[in-house]
Design a protein around this ligand. Structure first.
Ligand code: ZN
Length: 234
C-alpha cells in the first residue's frame, strides 16, 4: 500500500517535471518523457548495433587481444556521439554503457574480458580538455567501472602532442599524426605492469589511436590489452 502510494507520487512528480522542464531526445531533439532516458524510442530502434560475437571482432594488431563496440559509427549512434562530445550531453556516457549491459543480457563484459584489472581511458591533450571541459573516454570508463567494478586509472598515460582529429585524415596521415602522441607517467607504471588492461575510447576508425596507446602500454609491462568503444566504423 505504502509502496503504491510512493510509486504514484513519483509518477505524478515525473509527469509534472516533464511539463515544467521538458527533456529532448539527444539524437533528434523531439520532446520525450524523462523515463526514456536521453533517447526516444524511435531513435533507439534505429541504432545500428553490432550483434553477437561480431561485437567482439578481433582487431589486426599483435598488441590487442580483442575489442568490443556497441554499434557502428553511423546514423543515430553518430549523432549521439556528437551530442555527447560536442554538445556536452555527458549523461550519454551512462546511456551507452547501459545499452551495452542491456544488449548483453545484463552481464556486461562477459568471457573475453573477465580477469581484467584496470580501465584506461584514451587521454586527450590538456588544451582539448580545457576547451571541452571533460574527456569523453574518461566518462565512459567511469560508467563501465560502475557496472563491472574494474577500477579506472586516470593518469598512467597522457597525451603530450596535440593531434589532429583522426576522422579528418587519411590512413597514412592517421598513423603519422599519432607518432609520439602518448607518454607514460612513470610514477604510475605500477598500475599497468603485469596488469590486464582495458583501453576505453569513444570511436574506433582505423584503430590507429588504440594501437599506438596499446604499444606504449605493452612496452611498459602491460599483459593483455582489450579495447572497448561505443562505436566503430565499418
Ligand atoms: Zn529521437
Amino acid at each position: 500500500m505504502r509502496f503504491s502510494f510512493f510509486k504514484s507520487f513519483f509518477d505524478a512528480a515525473s509527469v509534472l517535471a516533464d511539463l515544467v522542464f521538458p527533456v529532448s531526445c539527444a539524437a533528434c531533439d523531439k520532446i520525450i518523457s524523462r523515463k526514456c532516458f536521453q533517447v526516444c524510442d524511435k531513435c533507439l530502434e534505429s541504432i545500428f548495433y553490432i550483434n553477437g560475437s561480431a561485437a567482439f571482432d578481433d582487431i589486426v594488431c599483435p598488441e590487442i587481444c580483442g575489442f568490443y563496440s556497441l554499434g557502428f559509427y553511423e546514423g543515430t549512434l553518430k549523432k549521439l556521439i556528437a551530442a555527447f562530445k560536442y554538445n556536452k550531453k555527458k549523461k550519454l556516457a551512462a546511456f551507452f554503457v547501459n545499452e551495452a549491459v542491456r544488449r548483453s543480457g545484463g552481464n556486461f563484459l562477459p568471457g573475453p574480458v573477465s580477469g581484467f584489472d584496470v580501465l584506461i581511458p584514451v587521454p586527450i591533450h590538456e588544451s582539448k580538455l580545457k576547451e571541452r571541459g571533460f574527456n569523453q573516454s574518461e566518462l565512459l570508463a567511469c560508467e563501465i567501472s560502475k557496472v563491472c567494478g574494474i577500477e579506472v586509472c586516470h593518469d598512467a598515460v597522457f597525451r603530450k602532442k596535440e593531434t589532429l582529429e583522426q576522422n579528418k585524415l587519411n590512413y597514412d596521415e592517421r598513423f603519422n599524426n599519432l607518432l609520439g602522441a602518448f607518454e607514460i607517467n612513470y610514477k604510475k607504471v605500477y598500475q599497468i605492469k603485469r596488469k590486464n588492461v582495458i583501453i576505453v575510447d569513444d570511436i574506433i576508425t582505423t584503430g590507429a589511436t588504440v594501437k599506438s596507446l596499446a604499444a606504449l602500454l605493452k612496452a611498459h609491462g602491460a599483459a593483455n590489452i582489450f579495447v572497448i568503444s561505443v562505436a566503430r566504423t565499418k
